[in-house]
Write a protein of this length. Structure first.
Ligand SMILES: [Zn+2]
Length: 336
């Protein structure tokens, strides 16, 4: 029990994803004391997922010999905006999650104060409080995976807008009339600078244009969106033309988005994470930065923005949810 020696408060953080639930116990300094993991099994419906999330949280606590009562509060990161009344807005990948009573269920199942937050927002908040963004005042974060998650922090708070649904960073339009996005619009940043967007280009090059590529052996079933970042790295390092072109395009467009965020918000830092950048950050960051530099106005605001890689990896959402719970608990309960 040496890790508890500080005697400070402990918080729970839960990351509910489309395929897995990751729960963790964290202290006030962002140290992860223990974790537990389960499959989401979203097809079993909303209430069953909430119950599994609570059980996963309990298992993480038990690893440290704790009970849920030892946690001051629990934060839960979910793939949907969470409204002020604790209900979910919408979660396209989870059936039954539209206008669902997230916090009511979680508080029933855990008997603790619970706070909900969008998973992309949680990841950025985690980096802001405990990771690469520590010390920055205005932070923009982008996580490149199947989609683009992210968010914005300003002087200690997440910016979620008056509708609690803002900061959908991947859905700004970077190419009018361009590639179709999963959201139904055309030309979103996510349609170019995510793995899904990149997969569209790779499939076009290999299947329609007949370009030879290592990727066709690595992904024999042609579903390039599921390609592992480690395989992309291998193809990139082997100077596979299709992989190099597709990844450079992804980085180029991410830079287009970064320029828009800098011009709009004037952040002192931008953190970029997610599987693609965990594997290929060194190779892709210079392309992102040059693309952003060319499009930021005024140019001085580019120089004032530190663009750096995220640090928390798979723990970002859970730690961010825990940090968010700590922040909200102190605002609402401690201060009345
Ligand atoms: Zn979109």
């Amino acid at each position: 029990m040496a890790k508890k020696a500080s005697g400070g408060r402990l918080f729970g953080g839960i990351d509910v994803g489309g395929t897995k639930i990751l729960a963790m116990v964290a202290d006030e300094d962002g140290n992860v004391l223990s974790t537990a993991k389960k499959k989401t099994k979203g097809e079993q419906g909303f209430k069953a997922v909430c119950e599994r999330a609570a059980v996963t949280m309990l298992e993480a606590a038990e690893v440290e010999g704790l009970a849920l009562e030892d946690l001051t509060a629990i934060g839960i990161g979910v793939p949907t905006p969470v409204l002020p009344d604790g209900t979910t807005a919408f979660a396209p990948n989870l059936p039954g999650w539209k206008n669902a009573p997230l916090i009511k269920n979680m508080e029933t199942f855990t008997t603790r104060h619970c706070y909900g937050v969008n998973d992309g927002n949680a990841g950025v908040y985690g980096e802001y409080v405990f990771g690469a963004g520590k010390g920055s005042k205005t932070l923009v974060g982008l996580f490149v995976g199947t989609g683009i998650g992210g968010g914005m922090c300003f002087h200690g708070e997440l910016i979620v807008g008056e509708n609690s649904m803002a900061a959908e960073m991947g859905h700004i339009i970077v190419q009018e009339g361009g590639r179709k996005c999963g959201c139904g619009h055309k030309g979103c940043l996510e349609a170019y600078a995510s793995k899904t967007g990149m997969a569209r280009r790779i499939a076009w090059e290999i299947i329609q244009e007949g370009r030879a590529s290592l990727l066709s052996e690595m992904v024999p079933n042609g579903s390039y969106a599921t390609i592992k970042s480690s395989a992309l790295l291998e193809a990139y390092r082997s100077e596979d033309g299709v992989a190099v072109d597709a990844l450079r395009e992804l980085a180029h467009y991410l830079g287009v988005g970064v320029a828009a965020y800098i011009t709009l918000l004037g952040p002192d830092m931008i953190v970029i994470g997610g599987g693609v950048f965990e594997s290929l950050g060194k190779e892709l960051m210079p392309i992102v930065k040059e693309s952003a530099r060319q499009r930021t106005w005024p140019e001085a605001s580019y120089k004032d923005t530190k663009i750096t890689l995220a640090q928390l990896g798979d723990h970002a959402v859970g730690l961010g949810a825990a940090a968010h719970a700590m922040h909200r608990f102190d605002q609402e309960v401690m201060n009345g």
